[in-house]
Design a protein around this ligand. Structure first.
Ligand code: PRX
Length: 630
C-alpha cells in the first residue's frame, strides 16, 4: 500500500506543494499567487488571485485537440432518442445558450435556477452560466412546488430555466404547472422563465411577458467570451438536506472545484481524455454535477447523459449502452444495483463489456451481498466510494489510478488524498481505535472542491459543520464509521436526521414539515427505517387535531392518503412516507424533544436505548402498538 500511502501523506503534510502541482491540470487565465489562504479558519480559499473559468476548462480548452470528438451523448429510453455533440458542437450550443441568458439579463454573480430533466439543454444551460460567471442552482426535477419555492427564495434568481416536462416509465411529468405554482409561492420570484419545450405537454400553460420559448431565441449564433473569475468566486449552489427543515445551499468555488474535478478523474476514476464515462445519476444531484458534467468534460472525455430507468426496455439496457458506446468508466448507485438484482443475472453477461474498467458506486451504503453480486456478475472491479454533496468528490475511495489496492466488499476503502480524516468519539472528540464506531470527521482546511460556505450564511456553515465537537474545529460528516484492523473504513449511517431513500438525500424534518401542512395534523415525527430495495424509507407517526377523525380504520386510511398527497405536493413523491401511523401523543423528553432515535430503533426492531428522560412512557407504548410490538 506504499504508493497510495505516500500520495495521501504528501497531500496532507505538504498540502500546498501537492495542490499547487495538481492545479497545473487546468488552464489559468491569470496564475494564482498563493495556493491556500487559511487565515480565517475554517474558511479555506484555494488558488488565491488565480483567474479561470469552468466552461473554458470543460469546453473551449479541448477545441484544438478534440473538437471533433464526442463530448456529450444523450440517450433517452423515455422518448427513444439519442443525440451526440462533439466538443465543437457543444461549444456552439453553450455559446448560443449563453447569448440567450445574457440577453435575458444574466451576468456575473447572478443566480439562475435550473429545473430540468436529464436533457442536453440542461447541460448547455449549466455551462452557459459558468461561461458568463453566473451562479447556477440546479433543483432536482422530483421536488415539488413548495420545495422549489424555498430554494428560489434563498437563491433570489434573476432567471429560471426549465422544460415543459420530464418523463418516467414513458409517462409525461409536466413541470410547468409546478414551476408556475412555485413562482406564485415565492417571495423573490425570477422575472423571466426560459422554457425548453420538448413537445411533451401540449397543454403547457404560458405566462405572457414572463415566459420565453428557448427555440424562439436560440437560433442566434454568437461567441460569448468566458468571464474570468477569481478562484474563490462562487460557481454554483446546490441545495441539500440537513437537520433542519430548510435545505442548505452548498456553495462551490471555481478554481478549487476545477482542480478537484481534474484530479479525481485520473487518480480515482481512472478515466482519461478520449475515454467514455457513463454516470447514471440525475443532473439535479451532486453526482450529476461532478461526474456527468464537470469532471468528465474537464478531463476531455465523452460523457453519457441518460434519461430513463435501469430496467426499461429491460434490465440489460445499461450494459447494452456500455457495449454500444464502449464505456470505460461507469458510476451508479447501490439502489440501482439492488433493482437490477431482481432481474435475470444472465443480462449482466449478455453484452460485450470489454471496454469497461470499473464500476463505481456511491450515495448510500453498499451492502456486502449486493457488492459481491454485481462484482461477480460483471467480472469487473466494483468500487464503493463515499462522499457528500458538501465535498463534491470522494472522501473515501480506493485510488486505483495510483495503486490497485484490494477491494473489501462493503467498504469504501481509505481516505482519498487531500482529506485528513479522523474517526472521533461522539462523547469527547477523542480518536477512536480500530473497530470502534465513531463520527467520520475531517480536520480542516477542507481540500479544494469542497463547499466553501453555505450560500448567504457563513455563520450557519461554521455552526452546522464545525460545531459538533466542543473546543475542536473539525468538520463533521454526520456519518458514523469504523475502521478495521487493516485500515479499511465502513460507513454505518447518519448521526443526524438525514435519510437516504433510493439514493435521494432527504431530511426527516423536511418531511415532517410537509406532513404538518395538512390542516388536520397537530404534530408528527418522521423517522427512516431500513428498506430492502430503497435503503431507507420514511415512516410517519402523526397526531390528529381531532382524534375522532382517526377513530376508525377507514378514517385512518383516508387521512393517511391525504397526508401522502400533501407530501407529494409540498416536497415531492420522493419524500412520501411508507405509512402514516396515528397516535395521540409522541414520545418526548421532559424538555420537549421528540425521541426520534428511539422511535426509529423500535421501527427497525432494535433496542430504543436510554428512556430515562421520557415524559410519558405511554407514548412509546402507542408507537409499539402501531408497529405490532408486544
Ligand atoms: O450518509 C452518507 C451517504 O450519503 C450521504 C451524502 O449524500 P449526498 O449529499 O446526496 O451525496 C452523495 C454523493 C455520492 C453521506 O453523508 N453515502 C454516500 N456514499 C456512501 C454513503 N454511505 C455509505 N457508503 C457510501 N459509499
Amino acid at each position: 500500500m506504499t504508493l497510495y500511502k505516500d500520495l495521501h501523506q504528501r497531500s496532507i503534510s505538504q498540502r500546498e506543494a501537492f495542490w499547487g502541482e495538481e492545479a497545473k491540470r487546468i488552464d489559468w487565465h491569470k496564475p494564482f499567487g498563493k495556493v491556500l489562504d487559511y487565515s480565517r479558519p475554517p474558511f479555506a480559499k484555494w488558488f488565491v488571485g488565480g483567474e479561470t473559468n469552468l466552461c473554458h476548462n470543460a469546453v473551449d480548452r479541448h477545441l484544438k485537440d478534440r473538437g471533433t470528438q464526442k463530448a456529450l451523448v444523450w440517450i433517452s429510453t423515455e422518448v427513444d432518442r439519442v443525440e451526440s455533440y462533439t466538443y465543437q458542437e457543444l461549444f456552439k450550443e453553450v455559446n448560443r445558450t449563453a447569448a440567450m441568458l445574457r440577453s435575458l439579463g444574466v451576468g456575473r454573480g447572478d443566480r439562475v435556477i435550473i429545473y430540468m430533466p436529464n436533457v442536453p439543454e440542461a447541460v448547455f444551460a449549466i455551462l452557459a452560466c459558468a461561461r458568463l460567471g453566473a451562479i447556477h442552482s440546479v433543483v432536482f426535477g422530483g421536488f415539488a412546488a413548495a420545495s422549489l419555492a424555498a430554494r428560489i427564495d434563498d437563491a433570489k434568481p434573476v432567471l429560471m430555466v426549465t422544460a415543459d416536462g420530464g418523463s418516467r416509465m414513458g409517462k409525461v411529468i409536466p413541470y410547468k404547472p409546478l414551476v408556475d405554482e412555485s413562482i406564485r409561492l415565492a417571495k423573490h420570484p425570477p422575472s423571466k422563465v426560459l422554457i425548453f419545450n420538448r413537445g411533451l405537454d401540449p397543454d403547457m400553460p404560458s405566462v405572457p411577458g414572463r415566459d420565453i420559448d428557448w427555440k424562439d431565441f436560440s437560433s442566434k449564433e454568437e461567441n460569448i467570451p468566458c468571464t474570468w473569475l477569481e478562484s474563490s468566486e462562487p460557481s454554483y449552489i446546490l441545495y441539500t438536506s440537513g437537520t433542519t427543515g430548510m435545505p442548505k445551499g452548498v456553495q462551490r468555488d471555481v478554481g478549487g472545484h476545477a482542480v478537484a474535478m481534474a484530479t479525481s478523474m485520473p487518480y480515482i476514476y481512472c478515466g482519461g481524455a478520449g475515454e467514455t464515462i457513463f454516470t447514471t445519476s440525475d443532473i439535479g444531484w451532486a453526482v450529476g454535477h461532478s461526474y456527468i458534467i464537470y469532471a468528465p468534460l474537464i478531463a476531455g472525455m465523452t460523457t453519457i447523459l441518460y434519461e430513463g430507468l435501469p430496467v426499461r426496455p429491460d434490465a440489460g439496457v445499461w450494459w447494452k449502452i456500455v457495449q454500444d458506446y464502449q464505456v470505460n468508466v461507469m458510476f451508479s448507485a447501490p439502489t440501482a444495483i439492488r433493482v437490477l438484482k431482481k432481474h435475470d443475472p444472465a443480462l449482466l453477461k449478455k453484452y460485450d463489456l470489454s471496454s469497461l474498467k470499473h464500476l463505481f458506486l456511491a450515495g448510500e451504503p453498499l451492502d456486502e451481498p449486493t457488492h459481491a453480486w454485481i462484482a461477480q456478475g460483471l467480472g469487473k472491479p466494483v468500487i464503493d466510494h463515499y462522499w457528500q454533496t458538501e465535498t463534491g468528490w470522494p472522501v473515501l475511495s480506493a485510488v486505483h489510478g495510483i495503486e490497485k489496492t484490494p477491494i473489501k466488499y462493503g467498504s469504501p476503502s481509505f481516505p482519498a488524498y487531500g482529506y485528513d480524516l479522523k474517526l472521533l468519539r461522539e462523547s469527547d472528540a477523542s480518536e477512536a481505535g480500530a473497530d470502534e464506531k465513531a463520527v467520520v470527521a475531517i480536520v480542516p482546511p477542507l481540500p479544494p472542491g469542497c463547499m466553501s460556505t453555505i450560500w448567504g450564511d457563513d455563520e450557519r456553515f461554521v455552526k452546522t459543520y464545525f460545531g459538533d465537537f466542543k473546543d475542536q474545529l473539525v468538520y463533521s460528516t454526520f456519518d458514523w464509521g469504523i475502521r478495521d484492523q487493516d485500515g479499511y473504513y465502513f460507513i454505518l449511517g447518519r448521526t443526524d436526521d438525514v435519510i437516504n431513500v433510493a439514493g435521494h438525500r432527504l431530511g426527516t424534518r423536511e418531511i415532517e414539515e410537509a406532513v404538518n401542512m395538512h390542516s388536520a395534523i397537530a404534530e408528527c415525527a418522521v423517522v427512516g427505517v431500513v428498506d430492502a430495495l430503497k435503503g431507507q424509507m420514511p415512516l410517519a407517526f402523526a397526531v390528529a387535531k381531532d382524534a375522532t377523525l382517526v377513530a376508525t380504520r377507514e378514517g385512518q386510511k383516508a387521512l393517511e392518503k391525504e397526508i401522502m398527497d400533501t407530501v407529494d405536493r409540498q416536497l415531492g413523491a420522493i419524500g412520501r412516507p411508507k405509512a402514516v401511523h396515528f397516535v395521540t401523543l409522541l414520545p418526548k423528553t421532559r424538555s420537549g424533544k421528540t425521541l426520534r432515535r428511539s422511535i426509529a430503533a423500535l421501527a427497525e426492531g432494535r433496542d430504543p436505548g436510554d428512556l430515562t428522560t421520557i415524559e410519558d412512557p405511554g407514548a412509546l407504548q402507542q408507537i409499539k402498538d402501531c408497529l405490532g410490538i408486544l
